[in-house]
Design a binder for this molecule. Structure first.
Ligand code: ATP
Length: 312
């Protein structure tokens, strides 16, 4: 369990993390989402005691990270910038960490296997590809068999097989009852693994919600209907909890609060012809963009490219 209370970090004038309150619970994967620069890494660094909060606090299982007597066994973490001695082999890197934390050699072999690094375990880590480096970082994070696992952008640099491996690993760790907290700026990736989402923008909490709820709030339960008699259809569909919108004179209506099936049945019952009946599924990516639109610090632009194209 991770608990943040009014967690704040300022770097001079810049507020990187702004009064965050959230709880990360065991037994599920919680996604930590936000655009670039939203404050995710800073928050994770504070959870691990690598950065001190300017104000507020964050605890892991009721204590600050530094107060745990065996922190590696409490929280296993992979942060973006991982320092591995380039001349050391993967196995030696893990052994060095295991020895200094009283972890048996057997566990090193276990995590090497878990991370699929058996064939390269004796190679120098300096020669590792980005994906292999990520796997080594994850092996190190799991070394202490921690109850809480925290990974910052774990799919970075992984090939499709590696991405799938991470997904299964995360859901497996959560199923074992661990607390799993994973950051990403990719909603599509989070949608596949996370059950709960904590979304931040410019250091602030934007949403603390489930994947299902986010889609619902974004209008994911809207049904698009086209009919020859929109006025009559409005009448027969109207009721408590039902919302109907549409331009006057248009054949198209947008209906919330009723399933496509219920709308189809009602229309048939009243002999109203329908031309279209489509349940509109809002992608999580759209929901995320809507939520964070005002918090994106670094907007991309294609204006320069267009200008170049015209000049050519
Ligand atoms: N040591 C630092 N000194 C000054 N500013 C910092 C420092 N660390 C982070 N920041 C600023 O704080 C803000 C939050 O950064 P952070 O790296 O936590 O965001 P993030 O959500 O992890 O972003 P990304 O998805 O790009 O990794 C950014 O504006 C960043 O420039």
């Amino acid at each position: 369990m991770i608990d943040a209370h009014q967690l704040t970090k300022r770097y001079g004038e810049k507020t990187a993390v702004d009064r965050l309150d959230f709880t990360v619970r065991p037994g599920i994967v919680t996604g930590f989402l936000g655009p670039n620069g939203a404050g995710k890494s800073t928050t994770m660094r504070m959870i691990l005691g690598l950065d001190a909060p300017t104000s507020g606090s964050v605890t892991v299982n009721g204590r600050r990270y530094a107060e745990h007597s065996a922190p590696l066994q409490e929280v296993g973490a992979l942060l973006e910038a991982k320092s591995v001695h380039p001349g050391r082999s993967a196995v030696d890197h893990l052994l060095a960490q295991a020895y200094t934390h009283g972890i048996p050699r057997r566990r090193v072999d276990e995590v090497i296997e878990l991370a699929g690094l058996q064939s390269v375990a004796k190679q120098r880590a300096g020669k590792f590809s980005l994906g292999m480096g990520q796997r080594l970082g994850i092996a190190a994070a799991l070394l202490g068999d921690p109850a809480t696992v925290m990974l910052d952008e774990p799919v970075n640099g992984l090939d499709p097989e590696g991405v799938l491996w991470i997904r299964n690993l995360l859901t497996g760790l959560a199923a074992e009852g661990r607390t799993v907290f994973v950051s990403s700026h990719l909603m599509s990736e989070m949608a596949l693994v996370a059950e709960h989402l904590i979304i931040v923008g410019r250091g602030r909490l934007l949403a603390d919600t489930t994947v299902d709820e986010l889609v619902r709030e974004a209008g994911g339960d809207t049904v698009q209907v086209a009919t020859a008699d929109p006025a009559r259809l409005r009448e027969v569909l109207a009721g408590p909890g039902v919302g109907i919108t549409g331009h006057s004179g248009s054949e198209e209506l947008q209906v919330t609060g009723l399933t496509a099936r219920a709308i189809g049945l009602k229309a048939a019952e009243h002999g109203i012809a329908l031309f279209e009946l489509t349940a509109r599924t809002v992608s999580l990516e759209e929901a995320f963009m809507d939520l964070t639109r005002d918090s994106v610090e670094y907007h991309g632009t294609t204006a320069g490219i267009e200008t170049l194209g015209r000049a050519a």
